[in-house]
Design a protein around this ligand. Sequence first.
Ligand code: BES
Ligand code: ZN
Ligand code: ZN
Length: 484
Amino acid sequence: MNFEVTNNLINEIEADLELIIIVDKNFKHRFVQDKKLLNKAGFSAGQDENYLFIDKNRLYVGIDKISSVNVRTAVAIAIKSLSPTEYKTVKVASYMNHPKCTAVIRAMVEGFKLGAYSFDKYKSEKAKQPIEKIIISLEDYNEYELNIEKCVIALDNGEITAEATNFTRDIVNTTPEDCFPDTLANIAEELAKNNGLECKILKPKQLREEKMETLLAVARASRHKPRVIHLTHKPKNPKAVVSLVGKGLTYDSGGLSLKPGDYMVTMKSDKSGGSAVLGIMKAVAEMNLPIEVHGFIGAVENMIGGDAYKPDDVLVAKNGKTIEVRNTDAEGRLVLADTLCYAQQEVQADYLFDFATLTGASVVGVGHYTSSVMGNSDNPKDAYIEASKTAGEFATKLDFNRYLKKSLGSEIADICNISNTRYGGAITAGQFLEEFIDDNHKDKWAHIDIAGPAFVEHTWGENPHGASGAGVRTTLRLLEKLAK
Ligand code: BES
Ligand code: ZN
Ligand code: ZN
């Protein structure tokens, strides 16, 4: 799918189809030429409602008000509706909400690319996406004078962001038979080669030398050996240093605390955090952001077998803290504990974010579409939540408290890997991770539990069934802001 922005008037552009976004429910605006027909068809221009006039080659889609979020979703849903058609070129006017702000153009481009995504790797018949070219006219709905150069930058960044999100979606949707820790390491190496990133892969020997025994314990019963991946984007004179750490469980069976069958299905998505880090690193390199960004991924498979780690084991983490294992299904925090320690040893960062499908409790607490944001300090949490708003993702804070922290106490070790209460599981998981954050990073760290939005078994807005690429768009916005 190619994009073009042009100063040509919308009516002068040749295309198979015109996409018309309707903001005014009374169809008063001059872009709306089919008022009577739309009324007759019962089209009320509600948010995301769309109507295709085959005779006139016009596709109408409604939005409640002009905003990036509304345009992104509406455009995504509109483009999805075109998959059974033969239209190859689409033209659309720009719908700005501010004369100098190109955010809506970017959202539009993201909406087209995110909405056109489908995962057909395992289908005999591949999905059809007919649209080859999209022409955006700078003839504006609100008659603002737009600067074409700024619009082209918005378009480029929108394309990079959506492609990185789709790249992450592809990795997460891939089966555990086709995507295991070494596969993630190969993807990282390939990324590094093509995009000028540095890449270091730690195999079991180095992991033992680094004393990452909790990560190694989780990995033990799998025929796939673990990897820790470290990707680096290192520009000259960076404006900030940011570390991103991802949970990369290529499969989570629960281990000996085995998941019931219907809870195990979809656990290929337990690598969503690590896959998001890969997508973010790809985009950071393509945008060539003046920020030093480090991506760390703990890539492990959690399985059962004679060599499996067990409830009752006591593990020693990289920072020397001892952990009583009472549930092998709380494995993500064990893998992250060591990966976070390694990341902090390697890089003194201004911001440290970790991304993980860490708890079912996060999904229970905030629902399927929202990430839970935790940590000791408001600054990184607020930065993430603020960025999520323009990016079109949902994120909300869950506060730590000292009473819940006590529930992680162990009689025989420094800490237990599960809490002794049924409630507040997303927070206690975050507070477990807190034990592995050093004093230098306490105020720099935020933990993002993406268990809700990372993998959803229905389409929602611009997101498809399955992997959404949660965390990629928000983190890119955050990094772009730090780069300004
Ligand atoms: N990967 C799961 C969390 C998860 C659940 C992600 C549902 C996405 C959807 C994690 O490793 C896990 O199993 N957590 C346990 C923790 C419990 C044993 C304290 C959970 O949430 O049940
Ligand atoms: Zn688990
Ligand atoms: Zn898990």
